[in-house]
Design a protein around this ligand. Structure first.
Ligand SMILES: [Zn+2]
Length: 237
């Protein structure tokens, strides 16, 4: 009888997610997973890309990554750590010069990408006595709602954890979505400004890139923010 080929063990790495503080054990991705990601990237189908990334992240963490719990910035950060562990930190990509529109090749190190959580507020006081505690959006929220539409009543509703005042805590599950929407739409502008501080402070992956155009020599900066800007860095970028 033939012996099975030897088991090749993968290194176990550990990463602490910057927003939630969750510690994750993971292994680098394997060739089969790299191929799947390349195919998804080539399809340019956003849903296929996200589904493939989810499946790879899940295998690389032995199913321990909870997509419905961890904030999107943590997910993006983890994806980058995994990419760095598997294929190194350097990436090259096309970027358009703001002055002459020439497409130039920019390069950067994914190790320089950070998560900005300096403005994060999840507890919002809308009056002296009434407050809302929010939870941070996850990839599941981002898939269900248009991310750019984070101020929509639907998105706000889905991100409310509890409402409270001096005497009580109001659990979301005790009210219908309609009752909540009526309540949100009854708020005034100033109260919405307070809520907007939560929306604006949602942590994001961010990196400011400074580069010089090879065609017109103009030096410029561009800030990359959010998941879509970083999920494109598959194994071959
Ligand atoms: Zn230029």
């Amino acid at each position: 009888m033939k012996k099975p080929l030897p088991t090749v063990s993968a290194p176990t790495l550990v990463c602490t997610l910057p927003v939630s503080g969750v510690k994750l054990k993971y292994r680098p991705f394997v060739i089969r997973e790299q191929k799947a990601m390349l195919l998804a990237q080539e399809s340019k189908d956003a849903d296929a890309i996200i589904e493939t990334i989810k499946s790879v992240l899940s295998s690389c963490t032995h199913g321990e990554l909870q997509f419905d719990k961890i904030p999107t910035a943590d997910l993006g950060y983890f994806f980058l750590q995994l990419r760095i562990a598997s294929a190194g930190p350097e990436v090259k990509f096309g970027i358009e010069c703001e002055k002459c529109s020439t497409e130039i090749v920019a390069s950067m190190s994914l190790s320089d990408v950070t998560v900005d959580k300096s403005k994060m507020i999840t507890d919002v006081k809308i009056t002296d006595t009434v407050g809302i505690r929010f939870r941070l959006p996850t990839i599941e929220d981002a898939l269900e709602n248009d991310v750019a539409d984070a101020k929509s009543t639907k998105m706000l509703y889905s991100l409310i954890d509890i409402v409270y005042d001096e005497d009580s805590v109001y659990q979301k599950s005790d009210y219908t979505e309609e009752e909540f929407n009526d309540w949100i739409e009854g708020l005034n502008d100033q109260q919405l400004v307070e809520i907007k501080k939560f929306v604006d402070g949602i942590p994001e992956l961010t990196h400011t890139l400074t580069f010089t155009c090879s065609s017109c020599s103009h030096t410029q900066s561009r800030t990359l923010e959010g998941l879509h800007n970083f999920f494109r860095f598959g194994p071959d970028a």
